[in-house]
Write a protein that binds this ligand. Structure first.
Ligand code: A4P
Ligand code: MG
Length: 179
């Protein structure tokens, strides 16, 4: 018997990290959410708060705005990467030095419970468990999700986190406050 799944439960739940530190970063993140929601085969389920975050890796640059979105998608991991890169390009991203300033960066943090390691895609994102600017917004949405390679929840990864870089959540008035 063919059982049809309702549209809203088809596909895989994934988490996308976004970051910007150029040209009004919070607007860039909100624009990226809009563009991801309009992409074919992708439904945005939830967005974390926006976070003001101290630059990691290359300190001599502006602070970032970071956020995470939860999506449900029927597109494959590699196709999802292509869609996200097309959105980055469409928003005027110029690929500069690794860890350098960017108008928008969209990373696949988790694609369901899949573990992927090919030339162009590594999922879960290899830096996910090391970065406060990813784990804070991810825990806001889904602290219960298990990292498929480590078998540890996102809140468990937060407990083990060594990253002391500063991460502030925007309060309701849009002002940063320490969490
Ligand atoms: N790639 C492999 N796996 C993935 C994945 N899971 N998601 C490949 C997305 N891309 C993935 O990415 C380079 C290549 O990674 C892609 O071609 C893709 O095939 P990129 O976005 O073009 O280059 P990048 O952003 O310079 O590299 P990367 O590794 O994304 O940089 P990071 O590690 O994200 O560092 N500090 C704060 N506070 N907040 C930030 O958002 N971001 C960075 C960027 C540094 N410091 C930061 C922040
Ligand atoms: Mg990236």
């Amino acid at each position: 018997m063919l059982v049809r799944q309702p549209e809203d439960i088809r596909g895989v739940v994934c988490f996308i990290g976004m970051g910007s530190n150029l040209a009004d970063p919070s607007s860039q993140c909100m624009e990226a959410v809009r563009r991801v929601s309009s992409a074919k085969g992708i439904k945005v389920l939830r967005r974390s708060s926006l976070y003001r975050t101290e630059p990691v890796g290359f300190a001599e640059q502006e602070w970032f705005v970071n956020a995470v979105i939860e999506i449900r998608t029927v597109v494959s991991p590699n196709e999802l990467l292509r869609v996200l890169q097309a959105i980055e390009d469409g928003m005027g991203r110029v690929r500069g030095p690794k860890w350098g300033p960017r108008v928008i960066d969209l990373d696949i943090l988790l694609y369901g419970q899949e573990i992927i390691q090919d030339d162009s895609l590594v999922v879960p994102h290899p830096e996910l468990h090391k970065r406060r600017f990813i784990l804070e917004p991810l825990c806001e949405l889904a602290s219960y999700v298990i990292h498929p390679a480590f078998g540890i929840s996102m809140s468990g990864l937060m407990d083990r986190l060594n990253d002391k870089s500063k991460v502030y959540i925007y309060n309701v008035k849009g002002q940063p406050c320490l969490i």
